[in-house]
Design a protein around this ligand. Structure first.
Ligand SMILES: *Cc1c(COP(=O)(O)O)cnc(C)c1O
Length: 234
């Protein structure tokens, strides 16, 4: 049996981020989202003891099964592909949906948020690497996408999210992350209503330090905190 110290892992990741910020001369304003898909409630509770305030889940049912057992309540991020017919289960239970990737999802979120009279905070997922296997809006379509949200008055776009290229090629990963930063700056300069670019969510276990070097302020880390995932029956 491999014993993984969640606390040590978190401290180490924080230290790596601190050092990278020092090296690149940027302020450490980086939020760590602990990605807890397939992670047990005990382990999640353990991570909360070590200063994790933000939890990322990617499966609706798994998220719903867990939330009642996790106290004190962390900030919840939904980071997976969200089916339109599942919006109703989570739109009012998560603090940030990071995976807005199509208009019909925005339509459904707006409908629900309007009825409940709440606002929904979102990141637009960008498919920056243009891999066909990935969800997300293409870089050159994002302005049109945002303009199509003009009447979605309950939706607040807080920034962008991407998943780094699935490659060993560090230069490619870096150049995609740099494109993301530049894209978020370009969107910011447009001053759209209900759109700010406060959050740039990029970087996972394998590439979070590159992401930090390229301007990420939110990293989503699963394996690096909890160890390899064991699928719990789906
Ligand atoms: C699983 C997942 C992560 C975390 O991946 P690790 O490599 O385990 O850190 C981050 N973001 C998304 C969208 C994920 O699905």
């Amino acid at each position: 049996m491999i014993i993984i110290s969640i606390g040590d892992n978190i401290l180490k990741i924080k230290e790596n981020i601190d050092n990278t910020c020092l090296k690149t001369g940027r302020k450490n304003d980086i939020k760590i989202v602990a990605v807890t898909k397939y992670v047990s409630i005990d382990k999640i509770l353990e991570s909360l003891k070590y200063g994790i305030d933000d939890i990322g889940e990617s499966k609706v049912q798994e998220f719903l099964n867990k939330i009642d057992h996790i106290q004190p309540k962390p900030n919840y991020h939904f980071i997976g592909h969200l089916q339109t017919n599942k919006v109703k289960y989570i739109y009012d239970k998560v603090d940030l949906i990071q995976s807005l990737d199509r208009i019909d999802l925005a339509d459904e979120l707006e409908k629900r948020a309007n009825l409940a009279d709440i606002r929904v905070n979102l990141l637009i997922q960008i498919n920056i690497s243009r891999e066909s296997t990935k969800f997300g809006i293409e870089e050159n379509e994002v302005f049109q996408f945002i303009e199509a949200l003009e009447n979605h008055k309950h939706l607040y776009i807080q920034g962008l999210m991407t998943i780094g290229s699935n490659t060993e090629d560090k230069a490619k990963i870096r150049s995609d992350f740099r494109k993301m930063y530049n894209l978020s700056e370009r969107i910011k300069s447009k001053h759209y209503d209900r759109v700010n670019m406060d959050i740039l969510s990029m970087g996972m276990t394998g590439d979070y330090l590159i992401a930090v070097e390229e301007g990420s302020n939110m990293v989503r880390i699963g394996t690096g905190i909890f160890g390899e995932r064991e699928k719990m029956g789906g």
